[in-house]
Design a protein around this ligand. Structure first.
Ligand code: MG
Length: 283
Protein backbone atom coordinates (compact mmCIF):
# COMPACT_ATOMS: atom_id res chain seq x y z
CA UNK A 1 0.00 0.00 0.00
CA UNK A 2 1.08 3.57 -0.67
CA UNK A 3 0.31 6.17 2.01
CA UNK A 4 -0.07 9.86 1.23
CA UNK A 5 -0.74 13.09 3.02
CA UNK A 6 -2.73 15.22 0.61
CA UNK A 7 -4.69 18.43 0.59
CA UNK A 8 -8.20 18.23 -0.74
CA UNK A 9 -11.01 20.73 -0.16
CA UNK A 10 -8.68 22.96 1.89
CA UNK A 11 -7.94 20.17 4.37
CA UNK A 12 -4.98 17.86 4.81
CA UNK A 13 -5.87 14.16 4.88
CA UNK A 14 -4.10 10.85 5.21
CA UNK A 15 -4.93 8.59 2.30
CA UNK A 16 -3.91 5.22 0.96
CA UNK A 17 -3.62 3.94 -2.57
CA UNK A 18 -2.90 0.62 -4.18
CA UNK A 19 -1.84 1.97 -7.57
CA UNK A 20 -0.66 5.56 -6.99
CA UNK A 21 -3.61 6.83 -9.03
CA UNK A 22 -6.76 6.48 -6.94
CA UNK A 23 -6.48 7.15 -3.23
CA UNK A 24 -8.89 6.62 -0.36
CA UNK A 25 -9.08 9.09 2.50
CA UNK A 26 -8.50 7.51 5.91
CA UNK A 27 -10.68 9.65 8.16
CA UNK A 28 -9.76 7.71 11.30
CA UNK A 29 -6.38 9.47 11.38
CA UNK A 30 -5.86 13.22 11.62
CA UNK A 31 -2.23 12.96 10.53
CA UNK A 32 0.32 10.41 9.34
CA UNK A 33 1.93 10.57 12.79
CA UNK A 34 -1.35 9.43 14.35
CA UNK A 35 -1.72 6.66 11.79
CA UNK A 36 1.79 5.40 12.51
CA UNK A 37 1.12 5.42 16.26
CA UNK A 38 -2.19 3.57 15.90
CA UNK A 39 -1.13 1.36 13.00
CA UNK A 40 -3.01 0.50 9.82
CA UNK A 41 -3.73 -3.01 8.62
CA UNK A 42 -3.68 -2.12 4.93
CA UNK A 43 -7.41 -2.41 4.33
CA UNK A 44 -9.47 0.33 2.70
CA UNK A 45 -12.41 1.19 4.98
CA UNK A 46 -15.86 0.81 3.37
CA UNK A 47 -17.44 4.06 2.16
CA UNK A 48 -14.14 5.96 2.31
CA UNK A 49 -13.97 8.90 -0.07
CA UNK A 50 -12.07 8.23 -3.29
CA UNK A 51 -9.85 10.89 -4.83
CA UNK A 52 -7.89 10.96 -8.05
CA UNK A 53 -4.23 11.76 -7.26
CA UNK A 54 -3.89 13.49 -10.64
CA UNK A 55 -6.88 15.75 -9.99
CA UNK A 56 -5.61 19.37 -10.00
CA UNK A 57 -7.65 19.97 -6.85
CA UNK A 58 -5.63 17.34 -5.01
CA UNK A 59 -2.22 18.46 -3.76
CA UNK A 60 0.21 15.76 -2.63
CA UNK A 61 2.10 16.97 0.45
CA UNK A 62 5.07 15.41 2.20
CA UNK A 63 3.80 12.16 3.71
CA UNK A 64 5.04 13.51 7.07
CA UNK A 65 4.80 17.32 6.98
CA UNK A 66 5.64 17.50 10.70
CA UNK A 67 7.80 14.61 11.88
CA UNK A 68 7.39 14.25 15.65
CA UNK A 69 11.15 14.17 16.17
CA UNK A 70 14.30 15.16 14.30
CA UNK A 71 15.07 12.93 11.33
CA UNK A 72 17.93 10.52 12.13
CA UNK A 73 20.53 10.50 9.35
CA UNK A 74 23.42 8.27 8.38
CA UNK A 75 26.58 10.08 7.26
CA UNK A 76 29.00 8.60 4.74
CA UNK A 77 27.09 5.34 4.27
CA UNK A 78 28.08 4.54 0.66
CA UNK A 79 31.77 3.92 -0.08
CA UNK A 80 31.86 5.96 -3.28
CA UNK A 81 30.36 8.98 -1.46
CA UNK A 82 32.93 8.63 1.35
CA UNK A 83 35.67 9.11 -1.25
CA UNK A 84 34.17 12.18 -2.93
CA UNK A 85 33.35 13.85 0.40
CA UNK A 86 36.90 13.36 1.68
CA UNK A 87 38.32 14.86 -1.51
CA UNK A 88 36.07 17.93 -1.08
CA UNK A 89 37.08 18.57 2.55
CA UNK A 90 39.42 16.05 4.24
CA UNK A 91 39.03 17.78 7.61
CA UNK A 92 35.26 17.63 7.66
CA UNK A 93 34.67 14.25 6.05
CA UNK A 94 37.51 11.89 6.97
CA UNK A 95 36.15 8.64 8.30
CA UNK A 96 38.41 5.89 9.47
CA UNK A 97 36.07 3.71 11.54
CA UNK A 98 33.50 1.21 10.39
CA UNK A 99 30.81 2.12 12.91
CA UNK A 100 28.01 4.22 11.43
CA UNK A 101 27.99 8.02 11.70
CA UNK A 102 24.65 9.32 12.97
CA UNK A 103 23.47 12.90 12.94
CA UNK A 104 20.07 14.53 12.84
CA UNK A 105 18.09 17.10 10.94
CA UNK A 106 15.65 19.55 12.50
CA UNK A 107 12.47 19.55 10.40
CA UNK A 108 10.05 22.33 11.25
CA UNK A 109 8.15 21.52 8.08
CA UNK A 110 8.79 18.96 5.39
CA UNK A 111 7.54 19.90 1.96
CA UNK A 112 6.41 17.38 -0.62
CA UNK A 113 6.92 16.85 -4.30
CA UNK A 114 6.20 19.89 -6.46
CA UNK A 115 7.28 22.32 -3.72
CA UNK A 116 10.28 24.63 -3.61
CA UNK A 117 13.61 24.27 -1.83
CA UNK A 118 14.56 27.68 -0.40
CA UNK A 119 18.09 28.67 -1.45
CA UNK A 120 18.89 30.64 1.75
CA UNK A 121 21.30 32.60 -0.46
CA UNK A 122 22.06 35.10 2.31
CA UNK A 123 23.92 32.45 4.33
CA UNK A 124 24.43 29.52 1.91
CA UNK A 125 26.83 29.60 -1.06
CA UNK A 126 26.95 25.84 -1.68
CA UNK A 127 23.46 24.32 -1.77
CA UNK A 128 23.53 20.57 -2.44
CA UNK A 129 21.18 17.60 -2.80
CA UNK A 130 21.39 14.06 -1.38
CA UNK A 131 18.85 11.47 -2.48
CA UNK A 132 18.27 8.91 0.27
CA UNK A 133 16.01 6.02 1.11
CA UNK A 134 13.96 6.99 4.17
CA UNK A 135 12.95 4.23 6.58
CA UNK A 136 9.77 4.85 8.60
CA UNK A 137 9.55 3.00 11.90
CA UNK A 138 6.09 1.54 12.60
CA UNK A 139 6.51 -0.18 15.95
CA UNK A 140 8.37 0.82 19.12
CA UNK A 141 11.86 -0.56 18.68
CA UNK A 142 14.03 -1.26 21.73
CA UNK A 143 16.99 -3.67 21.70
CA UNK A 144 16.01 -5.10 18.32
CA UNK A 145 18.29 -7.69 16.74
CA UNK A 146 19.16 -7.22 13.06
CA UNK A 147 17.40 -10.43 12.08
CA UNK A 148 14.14 -9.12 13.61
CA UNK A 149 14.44 -5.54 12.32
CA UNK A 150 12.11 -5.89 9.33
CA UNK A 151 8.98 -6.19 11.47
CA UNK A 152 9.68 -2.76 13.05
CA UNK A 153 9.65 -1.02 9.67
CA UNK A 154 6.36 0.48 8.52
CA UNK A 155 7.62 1.47 5.10
CA UNK A 156 9.90 3.55 2.95
CA UNK A 157 9.95 6.99 1.39
CA UNK A 158 12.37 9.27 -0.47
CA UNK A 159 14.23 11.96 1.47
CA UNK A 160 16.30 14.74 -0.07
CA UNK A 161 18.88 15.53 2.63
CA UNK A 162 19.43 19.07 1.35
CA UNK A 163 22.69 20.50 2.66
CA UNK A 164 24.43 23.87 2.89
CA UNK A 165 28.02 22.67 2.46
CA UNK A 166 29.60 25.89 3.71
CA UNK A 167 27.63 25.70 6.95
CA UNK A 168 28.08 21.93 7.24
CA UNK A 169 31.87 22.26 7.12
CA UNK A 170 32.24 25.58 8.98
CA UNK A 171 30.64 24.30 12.18
CA UNK A 172 32.09 21.29 13.96
CA UNK A 173 28.80 19.40 13.64
CA UNK A 174 26.65 19.01 10.54
CA UNK A 175 23.36 19.78 12.32
CA UNK A 176 22.89 23.43 11.35
CA UNK A 177 23.93 23.03 7.71
CA UNK A 178 21.40 20.22 7.30
CA UNK A 179 18.52 21.78 9.23
CA UNK A 180 17.62 25.04 7.49
CA UNK A 181 13.95 25.54 6.77
CA UNK A 182 12.90 23.56 3.72
CA UNK A 183 15.94 21.26 3.76
CA UNK A 184 13.98 18.00 4.15
CA UNK A 185 11.66 17.40 1.21
CA UNK A 186 10.04 13.94 1.43
CA UNK A 187 7.72 11.92 -0.70
CA UNK A 188 5.80 11.39 -2.75
CA UNK A 189 4.42 8.75 -0.37
CA UNK A 190 5.34 6.04 2.11
CA UNK A 191 5.30 2.58 0.54
CA UNK A 192 4.56 -0.13 3.10
CA UNK A 193 7.25 -2.76 3.63
CA UNK A 194 5.05 -5.63 2.44
CA UNK A 195 5.34 -4.22 -1.11
CA UNK A 196 8.98 -5.33 -1.12
CA UNK A 197 10.68 -8.67 -0.74
CA UNK A 198 12.67 -8.48 2.49
CA UNK A 199 15.00 -5.51 2.91
CA UNK A 200 14.67 -3.74 -0.44
CA UNK A 201 17.54 -3.28 -2.87
CA UNK A 202 16.30 -0.40 -4.99
CA UNK A 203 17.81 1.69 -7.74
CA UNK A 204 18.29 5.29 -6.61
CA UNK A 205 18.85 8.21 -8.99
CA UNK A 206 19.10 11.99 -8.91
CA UNK A 207 18.59 14.32 -11.85
CA UNK A 208 19.39 18.04 -11.82
CA UNK A 209 17.76 19.89 -14.71
CA UNK A 210 17.43 16.51 -16.42
CA UNK A 211 21.10 15.55 -16.00
CA UNK A 212 21.74 12.25 -14.18
CA UNK A 213 23.94 13.03 -11.15
CA UNK A 214 23.52 10.11 -8.75
CA UNK A 215 22.91 6.49 -9.68
CA UNK A 216 23.30 3.65 -7.22
CA UNK A 217 21.31 1.01 -5.37
CA UNK A 218 20.26 0.85 -1.74
CA UNK A 219 21.90 -2.59 -1.65
CA UNK A 220 25.23 -0.70 -1.55
CA UNK A 221 24.73 0.73 1.96
CA UNK A 222 27.81 0.25 4.17
CA UNK A 223 25.65 -0.17 7.28
CA UNK A 224 22.49 -1.90 6.09
CA UNK A 225 19.00 -1.17 7.39
CA UNK A 226 18.74 -4.09 9.88
CA UNK A 227 22.10 -3.15 11.40
CA UNK A 228 21.11 0.54 11.60
CA UNK A 229 18.00 -0.42 13.60
CA UNK A 230 19.98 -2.82 15.78
CA UNK A 231 22.62 -0.24 16.65
CA UNK A 232 20.22 2.66 17.27
CA UNK A 233 17.70 0.65 19.26
CA UNK A 234 20.41 -0.84 21.49
CA UNK A 235 20.11 2.13 23.79
CA UNK A 236 17.62 4.51 22.24
CA UNK A 237 14.01 3.53 21.76
CA UNK A 238 12.79 4.29 18.24
CA UNK A 239 9.17 5.37 18.35
CA UNK A 240 6.61 4.84 15.59
CA UNK A 241 6.98 7.66 13.08
CA UNK A 242 10.75 7.85 13.42
CA UNK A 243 12.32 8.71 10.06
CA UNK A 244 15.79 7.35 9.30
CA UNK A 245 17.56 8.77 6.22
CA UNK A 246 19.99 6.01 5.28
CA UNK A 247 22.67 8.04 3.48
CA UNK A 248 23.47 9.06 -0.07
CA UNK A 249 25.75 7.64 -2.78
CA UNK A 250 28.32 9.55 -4.85
CA UNK A 251 27.32 12.18 -7.38
CA UNK A 252 26.44 15.09 -5.11
CA UNK A 253 27.44 18.59 -6.22
CA UNK A 254 30.42 18.87 -3.87
CA UNK A 255 31.87 15.72 -5.47
CA UNK A 256 31.89 17.16 -8.98
CA UNK A 257 35.02 18.59 -10.63
CA UNK A 258 34.77 21.47 -10.10
CA UNK A 259 32.17 21.36 -7.29
CA UNK A 260 28.84 22.43 -8.76
CA UNK A 261 26.09 23.59 -6.45
CA UNK A 262 22.40 24.27 -6.89
CA UNK A 263 21.15 27.63 -8.11
CA UNK A 264 17.75 29.26 -8.07
CA UNK A 265 15.55 27.75 -10.75
CA UNK A 266 17.25 24.34 -10.72
CA UNK A 267 14.96 21.32 -10.71
CA UNK A 268 16.04 18.36 -8.54
CA UNK A 269 14.44 14.96 -9.08
CA UNK A 270 15.11 12.27 -6.47
CA UNK A 271 13.95 8.89 -7.75
CA UNK A 272 13.83 5.50 -6.04
CA UNK A 273 12.56 2.38 -7.72
CA UNK A 274 9.20 1.25 -6.39
CA UNK A 275 8.54 4.50 -4.50
CA UNK A 276 8.47 7.19 -7.16
CA UNK A 277 9.87 10.66 -7.79
CA UNK A 278 10.35 13.59 -5.45
CA UNK A 279 10.56 16.73 -7.60
CA UNK A 280 11.53 20.13 -6.18
CA UNK A 281 12.72 23.42 -7.61
CA UNK A 282 15.21 25.72 -5.91
CA UNK A 283 13.86 29.18 -5.22
MG1 MG B 1 22.72 12.65 3.85
Amino acid sequence: MRYYTLRHNETAHVACSKDGKKAYILRAYMTMNVMLLKGHDGTIPPLSEEVDLEDPDVRILSPMPHPRQDVICLGINYRDHAKEAKEFDPGAFSKEMEDPIFFSKRVNYSQGTGSVIPAHADICDSLDYETELGVIIGKEACNVKAEDALEYIFGYTIVNDVSARNLQTRHKQWYFGKSLDGFTPMGPCIVSRDEFDGIPKLDLKTYVNGELRQSSNTGNLITDIPRIIEVLSSGMTLEPGTVIATGTPSGVGMGMDPPTFLNKGDEVICEIEGIGRLVNTVQ
